[in-house]
Design a protein around this ligand. Structure first.
Ligand SMILES: Cc1cc2nc3c(=O)[nH]c(=O)nc-3n(C[C@H](O)[C@H](O)[C@H](O)COP(=O)(O)OP(=O)(O)OC[C@H]3O[C@@H](n4cnc5c(N)ncnc54)[C@H](O)[C@@H]3O)c2cc1C
Length: 490
């Protein structure tokens, strides 16, 4: 049976590849070097040879070249086994049509040329549109605009049954909702239509330091309640836990000067863990000094209502595109130190607001007390009403929930202990009754997936039965590892 399914999978993938290859006149590469290049992911914890590998998508001519193959399964999830090589980004008045294989950096660079931009992003832009839409696509803009999946108008999808369908809220809506956050289970996204808004020119980028968790989250929640763009507030809100090591060797540390780092480190040494609220205000510089005065005054006013440590507000002023592409600068820095292509035992959770103090106490103060790893630990809140319940993505059932990202880098010697720590955190959450969901989830057994999807599970299975009954797609997730008819007999 396994052999039959695997040959079906191969034939579906090959016919898709050949279709794309013929239509784009691009060669299919099957040499060992190419295959090996595409056999691992960012997590560096698993390898898996592709069924066949056409060359990976190249950034458009106008953008800086991507320095690594864009396979970014964050952890242990083997990537999609087909890479579609097409270069399509077409900008219209208030939306962009973009190939699922395109990188977000290229979407940004192309849309800003037209004075437009998507409004919801990921922190890192060298990820594909299809890949992030299969999860949710989150960053500090999500509190106001929702995740990236909330900003999609239409999709073209090649389903597991081999159909090429266009879907939206009105047309084949079941497929549309299933695919968004659907972990690649129902089809391959070949085109997404994404809403655009006028692109700002600049970002005033702010980091505020807290020694007290309560003040930190109170302020974050205050800031994410400013939903109207006309009211002065941050357009982007994130935050992180700072421990000694997170100030150096960290892809997000290029913000601070050495002098700032020393000042913050002293505070850190005194208090142990400290917290950093990160925000930014977008603006246009067309009005010259009037714009900067408006920002300066607005921030002064906003600060009066916030409780960070006096003297610990740090600002930078950068272009909008530099701000959105900020992680890339960190990537270059880490690459130069050979610290990018290392194991990444990441854990991403959504934790309900009602349990965030217990989480802080149990995880940040206890389990991570002796954390000596590098890499950011993100903490920021989002509003549930910006998510669409009908989509496959799952979140805790509370109006405000926190995205917690333990984005730690490991060495060959300590990755196992970090994995054990992740397990300990999950156990703590399970046993302590913490209301949480994994983001970028990875589970080994269907029962865990059932629990993960909760009330969405039945719909998820019925969509799988409809659009990929032979379970040809994204088997690496270990949700459906055999054809659906067989599953129902188990
Ligand atoms: C350095 C880094 C930073 C990240 N930062 C963020 C972040 O800020 N916010 C966030 O939300 N996520 C973030 N992620 C997670 C990221 O969204 C997921 O790992 C995503 O799956 C990456 O997609 P990819 O196509 O680039 O990777 P790939 O490895 O090519 O694909 C991963 C999986 O996505 C699915 N998939 C990919 N393409 C398609 C398609 N066209 N149609 C259907 N399914 C598809 C498949 O299931 C595939 O196995 C980050 C990941 C990395 C490695």
């Amino acid at each position: 049976m396994a052999t039959t399914s695997s040959s079906l999978l191969q034939s579906l993938l090959f016919s898709l590849i050949i279709h794309i290859s013929l239509s784009t006149r691009l060669p299919i590469l099957t040499d060992p070097t190419t295959i090996s290049t595409f056999s691992t992911d960012f997590g560096h914890l698993v390898t898996s040879s592709p069924a066949a590998d056409p060359p990976h998508p190249l950034p458009s001519d106008q953008s800086p070249p991507s320095s690594s193959p864009p396979f970014h399964s964050a952890y242990r999830i083997p990537r999609v086994r087909v890479t579609v090589v097409v270069n399509r980004i077409r900008v219209f008045d208030d939306y962009v049509d973009v190939g699922g294989e395109q990188l977000w950096i290229d979407v940004l660079l192309e849309t800003v040329k037209h004075g437009l931009s998507p409004c919801s992003w990921t922190d890192y832009l060298y990820l594909t549109v299809g890949g992030t839409l299969s999860n949710a696509g989150i960053s500090g803009q999500a509190f106001r605009h929702g995740p990236q999946i909330s900003n999609v108008r239409e999709l073209d999808v090649v389903t597991g049954t081999g159909d090429i369908l266009t879907c939206s809220k009105k047309n084949n809506s079941d497929l549309f909702y299933a695919v968004l956050g659907g972990l690649g289970q129902f089809g391959i996204i070949t085109r997404a239509r994404i809403t655009l808004r006028p692109a700002p020119k600049r970002a005033r980028w702010v980091r505020l330091i807290y020694v007290d968790f309560e003040n930190f989250i109170k302020d974050q929640e205050k800031l994410i309640s400013i939903l109207e763009e006309d009211d002065f507030g941050f357009d982007y809100v994130e935050g992180s836990l700072m421990m000694d090591q997170s100030l150096s060797s960290n892809w997000r540390s290029s913000f601070f000067s050495m002098e700032d780092v020393n000042k913050i480190s002293e505070l850190g040494a005194k208090f142990g863990a400290i917290y950093c609220l990160e925000g930014s205000v977008y603006y246009d510089d067309g009005l010259g000094t009037a714009a900067t005065t408006w920002i300066d005054q607005g921030l002064e006013f906003l600060y009066q209502d916030l409780n960070f440590v006096p003297g610990f507000a740090f600002t930078n002023d950068v272009s909008y595109t530099s701000f959105l592409n900020r992680v890339y600068h960190g990537e270059l820095k880490l690459r130069s130190m050979n610290l990018w292509d290392v194991p990444h035992p990441w854990l991403n959770l959504f934790v309900a607001k009602s349990k965030i103090f217990e989480f802080n106490q149990g995880v940040f103060k206890e389990i991570l007390k002796y954390n000596n790893s590098t890499g950011p630990i993100l903490i920021y809140p989002m509003n549930k009403n910006k998510w669409d319940e009908r989509m496959s993505a799952v979140i805790p059932d509370e109006e405000i929930f926190y995205s917690i990202g333990l984005l730690r880098s490991a060495t060959i010697d300590n990755w196992k202990s970090l994995e054990n720590q992740n397990e300990e955190i999950l156990r703590f959450c399970e046993q302590g009754g913490i209301n949480f969901k994994q983001y970028l989830p990875h589970y080994g057994h269907v029962d865990d997936w059932k629990k993960h999807f909760g009330s969405k599970w039945d719909m998820f299975v019925s969509m799988k039965r409809k659009y990929d009954p032979k379970a040809l797609l994204s088997r690496g997730q270990l949700i459906f590892t055999s054809p659906l008819a067989q599953l129902s007999q188990e």
